[in-house]
Design a binder for this molecule. Structure first.
Ligand code: MN3
Length: 236
């Protein structure tokens, strides 16, 4: 029986060091992770997010997470081609020597990629289905916003506050806070809306007033995108 063409067999397994075999037949030149472009200009969320903060946050902070993740993964070429979600979802599949780096750097990449998409210069109103889900979980939009702000304020040190959906409970909405670069995947939840409460997200403009940042943030929240994430979660 003729075997299908296998590039690994073709190259000869001996050509790979025994300690570092290819994990699969994935192409060996899978690209490293890349910094996504912002979906708007640096100044488009002024005055809520000032231009300088946006530049530093995206071009320096987020980039550092992407570079750190690629640097860690370079030590284990067998992981090339893995999706970011799969790396974050199952920590035990990541070799121990890079587990913490992949968790922190990969989490930073994941959280920030999502964060940019939670904001828009054309903030509209909350869609009907999302509104119903918010009312069911929190009583009203006002109550949800107050609870979200309070949770974000209470998060000690650096981290995130998220509106998430719980797939084990009919995608009911919940608020969770996460330390450092933990992600909603760590708590098995689907992210709907997340706000960065690391000081680098707000310090230049709001100084130590995290509560003001959280309150102002609603002005740039992309409710349409949040509603679409909830719908996607239910149908996938
Ligand atoms: Mn940040």
């Amino acid at each position: 029986m003729k075997k299908p063409f296998d590039p690994v067999d073709e190259a000869g397994k001996e050509s790979f060091p025994a300690s570092d075999p290819p994990a699969s037949n994935l192409p060996d030149h899978a690209p490293p992770f890349e910094l996504p472009e912002l979906p708007y200009g640096y100044g488009d969320l002024e005055p809520v997010v000032d231009t300088e903060t946006m530049k530093l946050h995206h071009d320096k902070h987020h980039l550092a997470y992407v570079e750190g993740l690629n640097e860690a993964l370079a030590k284990h070429p067998g992981l090339r081609g893995s999706s970011l979600e799969s790396l974050l979802r199952d920590r035990t599949k990541v070799p121990e020597d890079i587990r913490a780096s992949v968790h922190n750097m990969g989490g930073g990449h994941y959280n920030h990629s999502l964060f940019w998409q939670c904001m828009t210069p054309d903030a509209g109103s909350v869609g009907t289905d999302l509104r119903k889900a918010i009312d069911a979980a929190f009583g009203s939009l006002d109550k949800f916003q107050a609870a979200f702000e309070a949770a974000g304020q209470k998060q000690f040190g650096s981290g995130w506050v998220y509106l998430v959906a719980n797939s084990a409970h009919s995608y009911a909405l919940e608020i969770v806070t996460l330390a450092n670069q933990d992600t909603p995947l760590d708590v098995r939840r689907v992210p709907i809306l997340g706000c960065d409460v690391w000081e680098h997200a707000y310090y230049l403009k709001y100084h130590n007033r995290r509560a003001d940042w959280l309150k102002a943030w609603w002005q740039v929240v992309d409710w349409q995108a949040a509603g679409a994430r909830l719908e996607d979660a239910k149908w996938t």
